[in-house]
Structures are given as C-alpha cells and as structure tokens.
Write a protein that binds this ligand. Structure first.
Ligand SMILES: Nc1ncnc2c1ncn2[C@@H]1O[C@H](COP(=O)(O)OP(=O)(O)OP(=O)(O)O)[C@@H](O)[C@H]1O
Ligand SMILES: [Mg+2]
Length: 309
C-alpha cells in the first residue's frame, strides 16, 4: 500500500498522472450524489469517453438509476470487495450503456468498511506517519491499477462512512460536491471540506472542482445567488459554486429511477405525459450544461496543475 502511494506521488511529481478520477461526495444523504453521478456518467459516455462508474455505497442506487438492478451487471458490490479485500484486479461487471462500465455498490461494501476500520485501528499503532496513513490508500491502489483503461472514472461515495470517503478522496483527482441549501446539507458539505483537507495533504493530485446546487425549488435569481454565496462561504472560497444548478422536479426524478434511465434519456420518452416530459427536458438540460461546465473546470484545473507541477 505504502509502495502504491509512493508510486502515485512520483507520477504526480513527474507530471505524468493524467487527472481523470471525479469524486462525487457530500457527508449528507439524499443530496443528489447518485443522480448526478449517473447523469454525468451517461453524458460523458455519450460524447465518446470510456467511463467507469463505481458506487462506493451499500445502497446500490446506481443500478436503479441506470436500470440494471435485476440484471447480470448487479453484483451487490462483489467486484469491489474482491479487489479491496482479496487483491483481485478492479473489474467492472460490464457496460450499462455503450462505453459506460460499472462497478456496482451493495451490501458487500459492508465487509470492505469493516476491514477499513480494522486497518485504521492497526495503522494507529504504527510509529511512522507514512505507515499510519497507508490504510487510506487501499482504493487508490486498486483504482490506479486500472486508471489507464478509462478516460474518466466517477466515484459515487456513501454519505455516512468516513473510511470510504477518505478512501475515495485518496483515489480521486477532482471533487464535486452536490449540496442542497438547507442547514444539514451545508453541514455535510463542511464535513467533507474538512476530510478533503486531510486527504489533500497526502494526495497532491486532489482539487476541489466545485459545488453543485441541487434541487432548488426557486428560479428567482436573487435567491439562487444568495444560496451560491452561502455555499461558497461554507468552503471559505476554496472552490467555485457551479453556475448551472439542478432544478427540483421530484416527479421527473422518481420517473427516471423507476424507468432506470437518466433525464437525458427520458427527455423524448413517449411513456410519460407531456407535462412531465417538459420538466424532464428542463432537468436533462441542467445536467447537460453542468457536464460541460465540469469538463471546462476539469481542463482548467489540469492546466493549472501542469503549470505548478
Ligand atoms: N432534481 C431533483 N428534484 C427533486 N428530487 C430529486 C431530484 N433528483 C433526485 N431527486 C430525489 O432525491 C433523492 C436523493 O437523490 P440521490 O439518491 O441522487 O441522492 P444521494 O445523495 O445519492 O442519496 P444517498 O445519500 O442516499 O446516496 C431521490 O429520492 C431522488 O429521487
Ligand atoms: Mg447515493
């Protein structure tokens, strides 16, 4: 593990680590992490990128969002468990869409979390600070071994598990935080910002790409601006709040999950009534524009990274 982290530091120092791992994270549940991860994964695969979507969560929501919960692709997290616990290569269970490879979440992630707690306890007894931190790099080592196989890797991280969050932040290059504007979502955001700081001191590749304002039920520009200012304040200006927000349309979100499709795939569906189709089009447009903005920030931060490396 220690060797894997050292190798990564060397790659960063040599400026030969291609930045491509996006961590979608918030310490609060139900803020849109899985919906956003699935929509981004489909948006990137549609423009020809080879995508790996890993759900680091026992809930397995990605399989519902992409409609493979009852199919052969769903493995309850077994592929991740085999890689993290048994040292097997991190192999996706298959493609949920052309070019979109999945590593599903599910109950087997519980075993991973338990092992991570054990490793953390053992590490705490070590004298060398490098040994103390090495347990945080278990996912990073597994992801780094398959990095070159994909153009983009998206990690959809469970809200309640600190060990999994630290693993994801150690494995990632870019962090996207979806957040609602209510006090508990903002608290979740500040928690993640703290963990980000901890991981960033060890993972030099990590950058906070930005915050996505999720499911706002107002179109009033002034209120939107106030929300953005508050969220930026919570991060003490450490990252931008994306210009594009994701509108609140619960009926569309529910229809997407029950059909196993993301809004971009449902926008022209004849299975839904015209008024729902209109909201779906709006929501799909939000995700499309956000995907473009995220790509722009990805390029900008990577350029910045190369200049400072
Ligand atoms: N644009 C939207 N407007 C309103 N509700 C939405 C929207 N998008 C998603 N939802 C609903 O919000 C809930 C949470 O969404 P999602 O599962 O994406 O969040 P999450 O952060 O991944 O949750 P968890 O922490 O449980 O993993 C879901 O029930 C979903 O249907
Ligand atoms: Mg989720």
């Amino acid at each position: 593990m220690k060797r894997a982290l050292r190798r990564r530091l060397q790659l960063i120092a040599d400026n030969s680590l291609e930045r491509k791992v996006i961590v979608v994270i918030n310490g609060k549940g139900g803020v849109g992490k899985s919906s956003l991860s699935a929509a981004l994964a489909v948006a990137f695969s549609k423009i020809g990128k080879k995508v790996l979507l890993a759900e680091m969560d026992e809930q397995g929501n990605n399989s519902e969002d992409l409609g493979f919960s009852k199919g052969a692709l769903a493995d309850k997290g077994a592929a991740q468990a085999a890689a993290i616990l048994d040292g097997k290569p991190l192999s996706p269970t298959g493609q949920a869409r052309p070019g979109l490879y999945v590593l599903p979440g599910g109950e087997m992630l519980e075993d991973i979390v338990e092992e991570l707690y054990c490793q953390r306890r053992l590490a705490a007894r070590m004298d060398d600070p490098e040994d103390q931190a090495a347990w945080m790099g278990m996912y990073a080592a597994a992801i780094d071994a398959v990095r070159d196989d994909y153009d983009v890797i998206i990690l959809d991280v469970a809200p309640g598990s600190e060990p999994l969050q630290l693993q994801a932040l150690m494995a990632g290059d870019m962090v996207v935080i979806p957040s609602k504007s209510d006090p508990s979502s903002r608290k979740g955001l500040r928690t993640v910002a703290r963990r980000f700081g901890m991981a960033a001191s060890l993972n030099a590749s990590l950058r906070l790409l930005g915050v996505v304002v999720f499911a706002t039920n107002t179109s009033a520009t002034r209120v939107q601006e106030q929300i953005k200012e508050q969220l930026a304040g919570d991060l003490r200006g450490a990252a931008p709040v994306f210009e594009q927000t994701i509108r609140a349309v619960e009926s569309a979100a529910v229809a997407c999950r029950s059909h196993g499709k993301v809004p971009q795939e449902m926008r022209n569906s004849t299975d839904i009534d015209p008024s729902l189709r209109r909201s779906m089009k709006g929501l799909a447009g939000d995700y499309q524009s956000l995907a473009v903005e995220i790509l722009q920030e990805w390029v900008r931060t990577s350029n910045e990274f190369e200049e400072t490396a």
